[in-house]
Design a protein around this ligand. Structure first.
Ligand SMILES: [Zn+2]
Ligand SMILES: [Zn+2]
Length: 250
């Protein structure tokens, strides 16, 4: 099983990291600020089955310059385990970074992903219309990407799929109030479906209240398999092969 989105550097427990690396086939760890990008690459270079995505989260783009984009480029060029750019995108949920700065660095990271021919990991919260608008303006993205921790509706999912994106669901799909997400998951073409934990955030319902860890992906896998009415192993095979295709894992 592959966890397509975790923040290993934010996990407090060494034991959780060890267990996750041992039990999962692969983990994509995300570095999404000036310090985390180095930590993500470090994890990827330490464990054969860990890969890194490097970028700047919309909450962390204030004060960045073109040099910081160059840093991403250098990391990606020098480390073969860097498999994606991001997470990047837009987040209007909290008023942390002015919109125009979010747009600017979102676009710069999309251009970088194009230049490097790498997939892009998109974070979009309370900003779905603008996210799609910007992605449209920058498409086609040669290596595609993923809408991580998808939180949109069916039309948003359809537009994302049309633009060549995968749709990734996190542990919050198991929450009692997440009927809308479950509807979207059922409507998502299965060859575009991914699963992630977003550890240490969004523990699935059965582990809610505790910090999340990549091995909890199995709870989400089982839940989504039941939701879609297919055997767990079959869904694992499908989402893993989708992940391998997108991130070009061996
Ligand atoms: Zn995110
Ligand atoms: Zn994340």
């Amino acid at each position: 099983m592959i966890d397509t989105h975790a923040h290993l550097d934010m996990l407090k427990s060494e034991e959780d990291i060890k267990e996750s690396v041992e039990r999962l086939n692969a983990i994509i760890t995300i570095g999404c600020d000036k310090e985390e990008i180095y930590k993500a690459v470090e994890f990827a270079n330490r464990y054969t089955n860990v890969y890194a995505s490097v970028g700047y989260h919309p909450y962390d783009v204030k004060g960045l310059s073109d040099e910081d984009i160059q840093v991403l480029k250098d990391l990606a060029v020098k480390n073969s385990k860097v498999v994606a750019i991001g997470e990047t995108g837009l987040d209007y949920y909290r008023d942390i970074t002015p919109k125009n700065i979010q747009w600017e660095f979102f676009e710069k990271q999309l251009n970088l992903a194009k230049e490097l021919n790498l997939p892009v990991v998109i974070h979009s919260r309370s900003a779905n219309e603008d996210t799609i608008e910007i992605l449209k303006n920058h498409s086609p993205l040669p290596a595609g990407g993923v809408m991580h921790c998808f939180g949109g509706d069916i039309p948003m999912m359809e537009k994302s799929v049309e633009l060549g994106f995968y749709i990734s669901f996190a542990g919050n799909i198991t929450y009692p109030k997440a009927d809308n997400l479950r509807k979207v998951a059922k409507a998502t073409p299965i060859d575009r479906l991914l699963l992630e934990t977003d550890s240490p955030f969004l523990s699935p319902q059965k582990k809610r209240g505790k910090p999340n860890k990549p091995t909890n992906i199995f709870y989400t896998l089982e839940f989504v398999a039941n939701l879609l009415g297919i055997p767990t192993q079959q869904l694992e095979g499908i989402t893993d092969s989708n992940a391998k295709k997108l991130f070009r894992l061996q």
